[in-house]
Each structure stands twice: as structure tokens, then as C-alpha cells.
Write a new protein. Structure first.
Ligand code: URA
Length: 183
């Protein structure tokens, strides 16, 4: 895989795991492909699978509201997921599914070269930071890896279930905005 076109083609014809059998669309990413900040979620849901774009359902709308309220500009960020195909019923992707999909995420990171990577929820934190990561324990802390500043925070869907996480996520994303402003 060399550039974006190759990456997209490879994802579209990918049959590396069972998720390929039930997907409507492969969901690769949205936003600025040269952005300084990359947000990484878990995997597409129903709306994302239908539209072929990440974070366009209820959780995505909440994420957009948060980023707008924090004065992120559209060109500041790129949004993608650990797995590019919807797990049926929105179940958590298995380790095998995530691992077979990770080369695509690594290529996205190589092409975008973000300064900051934000892990949205436990699945992203587990596969980007540490397999034993628990978001409640590590959210809001910076991890420095391979020249990237990595910030784990809650998945916006968790905020839809538990309002009390909103203030915590706000503080975490504020740290991201502050670091972005300092770049
Ligand atoms: N949840 C995710 O993790 N990713 C999406 O794209 C949508 C919902």
C-alpha cells in the first residue's frame, strides 16, 4: 500500500475477516487527510455502514457538537476507526478482527502523520496504547509513542448512556485542543 488510493482499494476488496461478509460499505475515514489530530473510534455502526462514513450516527453527532463547541476547525481533524467494517449488531470487534484491520489504520497514520491521536473508548485504547487499557483508569493522560501524543478518552456513545461522563470527556478533549493550539 503506498497512497490513499491504494489504501481505499485494498479496504474495499478486503476479505481478511468475517465482517466483510455482512458489510454494506467499508468505512475508512472522514475529515482532513493531512490533519494534525486523528480521532480513532471502535468500528462503524448502522448509519456508518449505510453511508460509508465514520461517526455519522447519534454518537458522531455528539462528537461533532463537542468539537464545534471547543472551536476545533474542520481542517484540524481526521476521524476513523479500529475496524473498517460494521460488526453485526454493533458488537465489540474481536481481537482477530481488530488485528487483521490494524494494518489499514497504521497506513492511515503513516499517510496523515497526525501529531495527536485521540482514542475514543476502550477498543481504540486497547489496540493503540495497551491491550489491558481501561478507559476509566487512563482517560485524560497523555501517552507519548513513536513521536505521537496519544490521548485516550471516552467513546461518545458512552456519554449517551451516562451523562456524568460528559464533563470528563470535555476536560480530556480540552487538553487535546490546548496541545493543538500550542503546535
Ligand atoms: N462508533 C464508532 O466507534 N465508530 C463509528 O464510526 C460510529 C460509532
Amino acid at each position: 500500500m503506498t497512497g490513499w488510493e491504494e489504501l481505499i482499494k485494498a479496504c474495499e476488496k478486503c476479505q481478511k475477516c468475517v465482517l466483510a461478509k455482512t458489510r454494506t460499505n467499508v468505512v475508512i475515514g472522514r475529515g482532513n487527510i493531512n490533519a494534525p489530530v486523528m480521532f480513532v473510534g471502535e468500528g462503524p455502526g448502522e448509519q456508518e455502514d449505510k453511508q460509508g462514513l465514520p461517526f455519522v450516527g447519534a454518537a458522531g453527532k455528539l462528537l461533532d457538537l463537542l468539537l464545534d463547541a471547543m472551536m476545533f476547525k474542520k481542517e484540524d481533524y481526521y476521524i476513523c476507526n479500529i475496524v473498517k467494517c460494521r460488526p453485526p449488531g454493533n458488537r465489540v470487534p474481536t481481537d482477530e478482527e481488530a488485528e487483521s484491520c490494524l494494518p489499514y489504520l497504521r497506513q492511515q497514520v503513516r499517510l496523515t502523520r497526525p501529531k495527536i491521536i485521540v482514542c475514543l473508548g476502550s477498543t481504540a485504547a486497547r489496540f493503540i496504547i495497551d491491550r489491558s487499557a481501561r478507559i476509566t483508569n487512563i482517560h485524560g493522560q497523555w501517552f507519548e509513542r513513536k513521536g505521537f501524543s496519544i490521548m485516550p478518552t471516552f467513546h461518545p456513545a458512552a456519554l449517551l448512556r451516562d451523562e456524568s461522563k460528559k464533563a470528563l470527556m470535555w476536560e480530556d478533549v480540552k487538553k487535546v485542543k490546548q496541545r493543538l493550539n500550542a503546535i
